[in-house]
Design a protein around this ligand. Structure first.
Ligand code: KIV
Ligand code: NA
Length: 260
């Protein structure tokens, strides 16, 4: 059965961890979905891992739609979510509605994600939810603000921790169906998870979140750089290199293709 936002909330209540990974094309999405991933995120991290940019800022709405359309074709069960990229929503509520609407209509994904929790973002979440577009929030380290925040852990001072907790509460009250908690102290993530009624999905936020997400190149050992909180479960770069060398040898030695 296809995963719904109601199912995610039930899983939080049942303390059944929610498994989420990113995808940017059909083949990867198909494999992740078959493997049982609950929520597939077309993250704007694809700017870095699929397009080779050095931050998430350059990716455009049209490019996100292009990738999300391909991902959607590969998914049967997982809930699919697509990031609103930098400057596709920050201008105004009507820009957010226009961009989120294009994503949902043109790609077939169920939901969108946007970054931050200040009052302008909260009103966007409220409006999008009102018109029927499910929204996932994202607080803590928000990579679209890398030029202000850097990539360092957020929420270390009591004031900052308080602000992030309040943002999460406001996102939930505005109708967000889940919240990404990125690179914040474990105890802050635990407090947020215990406070809000919607699932928290952590990345660099400790074990107390309702679910975990990773950028899939990090999980698979395909990233050129990996954040300190991620873990490569396999070295796919090495496996691919060895496979290419095997193919090269076979071709050079006349062993492939096989004689018919
Ligand atoms: O773009 C992305 O991959 C993300 C996840 C890290 C949550 O936003
Ligand atoms: Na993102």
């Amino acid at each position: 059965m296809a995963v719904t936002i109601q199912q995610l909330i039930k899983w939080k209540q049942q303390r059944r961890s929610i498994i989420s990974l990113t995808a940017w094309d059909y083949s990867l999405a198909r494999v992740l979905d078959d493997a049982g991933v609950d929520m597939i995120l077309v993250g704007d991290s694809l700017a870095m891992v699929a397009l080779g940019h050095n931050s998430t800022l350059p990716v455009t709405l049209d490019q996100m739609i292009h990738h999300a359309t391909a991902v959607r074709r590969g998914v049967k069960r997982a809930l699919t979510v697509c990031d609103l990229p930098f400057l596709s929503y920050q201008e105004s509520i009507s820009q957010a509605i226009h961009s989120a609407g294009r994503i949902v209509k043109e790609t077939g994904v169920t939901a969108i994600k946007l970054e931050g929790g200040h009052p302008r973002i909260i009103s966007m979440v409220r409006e999008l939810t009102l018109i029927g577009i499910p929204v996932m929030g994202h607080v803590g380290l928000t990579p679209q603000s890398v030029n202000i925040l850097g990539y360092k852990q957020q929420g270390k001072t009591p004031q900052e921790a308080d602000r992030i907790l309040n943002e999460a509460v406001a996102l939930a009250e505005a109708g967000a169906f889940a919240i990404i908690l990125e690179h914040i102290p474990d105890d802050l993530a635990a407090t947020i998870t215990a406070t809000v009624p919607i699932p928290t999905i952590g990345i660099g936020a400790g074990i107390k979140c309702d679910g975990q997400v990773l950028v899939t190149t990090d999980l698979l050992g395909l990233s050129d750089r990996i954040p300190p909180f991620a873990k490569a479960y396999v070295n796919l770069q090495e496996i691919i290199t060895n496979t290419v060398q095997e193919f090269t040898q076979d071709v050079q030695q006349g062993k492939f293709p096989d004689k018919g």
